[in-house]
Unconditional design. Structure first.
Length: 162
């Protein structure tokens, strides 16, 4: 609601006395305007964030094969890939100018029963509107390394400069 300005006359006029009604009118106007400013600033901040961050892919189960994105990674300054291993250890990696780059996704999980560290890793390539698995492996302690992709991509977010 727009503030309705009051007119005032200089002393010695008695046409515009200082009353609680007139002072409360000023106070309410200040309060309403400050509330509107905070609300507008919050709305603008949220709209800017929405422009900056775009979800390109999301699937809670994840995928360990080629995935198609909603848009090309070439349109974003950065992308962030959120992923999990087959034993539900989550991580993410953020990559600048990711188009046509190989990206290393790695997850390390300690096993306290036999005091070894399980390492699961996958190399993916971000290219235009897809992320393709290049290679995957897993290994632990002195048990050696075996081929296989145990990393599942659950979300990809693109970030733009605004």
């Amino acid at each position: 609601m727009a503030y309705e300005k009051q007119t005032w006359e200089d002393y010695p006029s008695t046409n515009t006395p200082i009353t609680s009604d007139r002072l409360n009118h000023i106070e309410q106007g200040i309060y309403d305007n400050s509330t509107d400013i905070v609300s507008t600033a919050t709305q603008i901040r949220n709209e800017i964030q929405a422009l900056k961050r775009v979800t390109l892919y999301e699937n809670a189960s994840g995928t360990n094969t080629t995935l198609t994105l909603n848009d090309s990674v070439a349109n974003y300054e950065d992308i962030e890939i959120f992923y999990k291993s087959n034993d539900n250890a989550y991580s993410s990696v953020k990559v600048n100018n990711a188009n046509n780059k190989n990206i290393f996704l790695v997850n390390m999980t300690p096993n306290t029963t036999n005091n070894v560290l399980y390492v699961k890793a996958t190399i993916v390539k971000a290219q235009n509107d897809s992320i393709t698995v290049v290679d995957g492996l897993e290994g632990y302690g002195s048990g050696g390394i075996t081929a296989g992709n145990k990393i599942y991509i659950v979300k990809v977010v693109g970030y733009k400069e605004v």
